[in-house]
Every structure is written in C-alpha cells, then in structure tokens.
Design a binder for this molecule. Structure first.
Ligand SMILES: [Cu+2]
Length: 167
C-alpha cells in the first residue's frame, strides 16, 4: 500500500516537473523569438479580383547582435511567393527576384512599394480589402515567424512615386 502511494507521488512529481520544464522551454522560445525579430505594420496592397500578383509589405527588425537573412515567405492559396526588389534600371522600373533579404544586426529592413517586397504570385482567389493574409517568414538563423498582413489600399503617395519613376 505504502509502495503504491510512493509510486503515485513520484509519478505525479515527475509529471509536474515535466510540465514545468515544458512551460519554461515554451516561454523561453517565445521570448527569444520576440527579442530577435519583430515585424511591424504588415500589409498587402489591395488589387482587382483578376490580379495575377500581389505585393506584401512590412518592417522587419533584427534585435540581435548578428545579421539575419529572410530566406523565404510562404502562404496557402498562391502558386508561390518570391522575395523581390524594385529597382530603376535602364529607364524602367524592374522587379528583381532576390535569394534573400538581409536584416542587419540591430537594424531594420522596410519592405514598401517601389522597393523591397514579397511578391505573391497567382492567387487562387485575390483577397479583398480588410482580409488578413497569413504569411510565414523563414529566416536563416532557424527562426520562423507567422504574420497576419491586412489587405488595404496603397497610399496615394506610393502610386505617385511609382508613376513618377515610370514616366
Ligand atoms: Cu515583385
């Protein structure tokens, strides 16, 4: 009888212990993730229902002591996502596919129209204004981050800037 009770106590203790370790690990991962990379103001520029591509924009901050690379972005419902940079080349605006985006140590990379962006190619269904697009960002330090980008109109300033460059 005594032995059974002891065993029970021991297994309960180990259960509590295991749960605590688990909780600590989770907490630590969460904190580590928040301290290393943060993403602000993620958004997707609204587009007509037949648009073949959509642009996603955001600010990615690196709070760590080392440089970090964004390697890829993934989401469901698109043929693929690519990392792009718009450059002014030979009198034209061109989008150039990039292998990665660098976020310097204690620095920030701003993805915005006419510059760095995530290109979402061939949507099965173009999201509407106000919708949220779930995008998973994968970094070279083993971290990944899931963000929710709101679909909204580009600012008039962005379109003007684009027009200015195009003409
Ligand atoms: Cu692009």
């Amino acid at each position: 009888m005594k032995k059974i009770t002891l065993n029970l106590v021991l297994s309960l203790l180990s259960l509590v212990f295991a749960t605590q370790i688990n909780a600590v690990t989770h907490d630590h991962e969460g904190q580590y993730d928040m301290e290393t990379i943060s993403v602000d103001n993620p958004w997707v520029r609204s587009a007509p229902p037949n648009a073949p591509i959509l642009g996603a924009f955001m600010e990615i901050s690196n709070h760590s002591d080392g440089n970090i690379k964004l390697l890829s972005a993934n989401t469901k419902g698109y043929k693929r996502l690519e990392l792009h940079k718009t450059v002014f080349q030979g009198g034209m605006m061109k989008m150039i596919k990039q292998d990665f985006m660098s976020i310097p140590a204690h620095g920030k990379l701003t993805l915005k129209p006419g510059s760095w962006h995530i290109m979402m190619i061939q949507p099965k269904k173009v999201p509407r204004e106000g919708d949220s697009v779930v995008i998973k960002l994968v970094f070279d330090n083993g971290l990944s981050k899931t963000i929710y980008a709101k679909v909204r109109k580009g600012r008039a300033m962005d379109s003007k800037k684009m027009m200015h460059h195009q003409h």
